[in-house]
Design a protein around this ligand. Structure first.
Ligand SMILES: [Zn+2]
Ligand SMILES: [Zn+2]
Length: 186
């Protein structure tokens, strides 16, 4: 699985931004319901503590949450993106505290002992909030490739990114080059 953004976005070890993008991509692309096991593995890969297989309820709640995170990436208007995200943050139980479970001290946004789904809600929503506040909503987007629906968070320096991955960028760069060559040789 490709990680969408590095943890240096905010320096926090719980990469809420990367989790948000990966969750949205797993749930809302590909045209079929993502499995409980895929979601469990995804969250574990982002350092969420997941001890048990996900229940059907948890799986459904995570899918629902991902479907509601997607519009935050897709919304081009910053004020509307902020409204969407504020509404999501209002729903996630928040009680920031410092935790250390073998990763070194880092911030958790949900209450201590919060259920997995609430931890995911709190961390992904706050992660995206940091991106908007520090970089602007235009740094969240949907891949420009015509056949790709994946979202990305772009917190790198330099020119704005338009594609979810190098693969999509390269494919489109080659296509644009061919189109240019065809039009100049005609
Ligand atoms: Zn943690
Ligand atoms: Zn793409």
């Amino acid at each position: 699985m490709t990680r969408t953004s590095p943890t240096e976005v905010t320096g926090y070890r719980n990469d809420g931004v990367g989790t948000a993008a990966a969750l949205v991509n797993a749930v809302t692309t590909g045209g079929r319901d993502v499995s409980a096991e895929t979601l469990r593995a995804l969250l574990a890969s982002y350092n969420f503590k997941v001890d048990e297989p996900l229940t059907e309820d948890e799986t459904q709640m995570l899918r629902d949450w991902a479907r509601r995170l997607r519009p935050v990436f897709a919304e081009p208007d910053q004020a509307r993106a902020i409204d969407l995200l504020n509404a999501l943050m209002a729903e996630a139980p928040m009680r920031p505290h410092i935790s250390d479970h073998g990763l070194g001290p880092h911030l958790h946004y949900g209450p201590p002992g919060a259920a997995l789904v609430d931890r995911v809600r709190a961390n992904t929503a706050v992660g995206l909030a940091f991106v908007i506040c520090e970089y602007g909503a235009e740094r969240l987007g949907v891949c420009l490739d015509a056949g790709c629906e994946r979202v990305y968070a772009d917190i790198a320096r330099g020119p704005r990114r338009r594609y979810c991955s190098k693969a999509c960028l390269n494919r489109n760069t080659v296509a644009a080059f061919r189109a240019r060559r065809t039009s100049t040789s005609a």
